[in-house]
Design a protein around this ligand. Structure first.
Ligand SMILES: NC(=O)c1ccc[n+]([C@@H]2O[C@H](COP(=O)([O-])OP(=O)(O)OC[C@H]3O[C@@H](n4cnc5c(N)ncnc54)[C@H](O)[C@@H]3O)[C@@H](O)[C@H]2O)c1
Length: 270
């Protein structure tokens, strides 16, 4: 796997103002990429972060690698989210839930293994439903909660060869909106963030598959496949997505619910 260089990345702007002292935030897929950035960001806001991932070593690295002076904490909770009962149990008592864990396979429908389709839907749609079931009773009791679903531009648009991923993300959009309608009376908001391509291992891993599926060399995948519909010709950084997640947890975002916040470099402007 080659790390993708990303020319044109702007200097990091200052963080949005967010205080989560005394709050518990559960982040799934926290060992890598966007989830890792979200866990670090919410801990920086003072939260006790319950970091869920099947990658136990990655969770330990996350917890051990928190910057000195981080006001919050990270509690590693190794778990495979295909264990749906365990997923529902682990979410109990969370004030903030970030549904982020995801997997990808790039393959035409006729070659797409049905068992992988099932796994993608389980991890990326059914587990978020079960995590919501686990988390909402506590949020409703206290009259406050924040659900952030890490969807994708693929929750709003399709691409060829990603049937399971696109189906799961479109389903997550519906789940998020339904949670928004049900949670409104209880002080709970539910929103999606919809990144275009983010510079994470999930994207780096699909370069070879995309090259094979489209019949082009790997070095042409970034410009001719991944960024072809993006007006901004760079990948977004995981920290930029985490900042949007943080914003959705601020008091300033309390009227935002049922929304899908595109971070897609203009892709869906087409
Ligand atoms: N990278 C992108 O370009 C991009 C764009 C839009 C949306 N997203 C979404 O962002 C989310 C995170 O993606 P990423 O790019 O950070 O990926 P990543 O591969 O870097 O991280 C995903 C994490 O999820 C974990 N995970 C996967 N299956 C799991 C399971 N069954 N149980 C527990 N943990 C599991 C992995 O171990 C990994 O740590 C995904 O939902 C993805 O669809 C990514």
């Amino acid at each position: 796997m080659t790390a993708i260089s990303n020319p044109g990345t702007p200097d990091a702007p200052g963080p949005v103002s967010l205080a989560l002292h005394g709050r518990t935030a559960l982040v799934t897929g926290a060992a890598s990429g966007i989830g890792r950035a979200c866990a670090r960001r919410l801990a920086a806001a003072g939260a006790t972060v319950r970091a869920v991932d099947r990658d136990a070593a990655g969770l330990t690295a996350l917890a051990d690698g928190l910057p000195a002076g981080t006001p919050g904490t990270v509690e590693p909770l190794p778990l495979d989210l295909t264990d749906l009962d365990a997923a529902e149990r682990v979410a109990a008592g969370s004030d903030v839930l970030v549904n982020n864990a995801g997997i990808q396979l790039v393959r035409p429908i006729e070659d797409f293994p049905p068992e992988v389709f099932h796994e993608v839907l389980t991890v990326m749609l059914e587990a978020p439903f079960r995590l919501l079931r686990g988390a909402l009773p506590h949020m409703y009791r206290q009259g406050w909660g924040r659900i952030v679903n890490v969807s994708s531009v693929h929750g709003l648009r399709a691409s060829p060869f990603k049937s399971a991923y696109v189906a799961a993300k479109h389903g997550l959009e519906g789940l998020s909106k339904t949670a928004a309608l049900e949670g409104a009376a209880h002080g709970v908001t539910s929103n999606c963030v919809n990144p275009g391509y983010v510079r994470t291992p999930l994207v780096e891993r699909q370069i070879a598959d995309q090259a094979a599926a489209h019949g082009i060399p790997e070095e042409r995948v970034l410009t001719e496949v991944l960024l072809v519909d993006s007006a901004l010709k760079r990948l977004i950084e995981p920290e930029e997505v985490a900042e949007a997640v943080a914003f959705l947890c601020t008091p300033q975002a309390s009227y935002m619910t049922g929304a899908s916040l595109a971070l897609d470099g203009g892709w869906t402007a087409h």
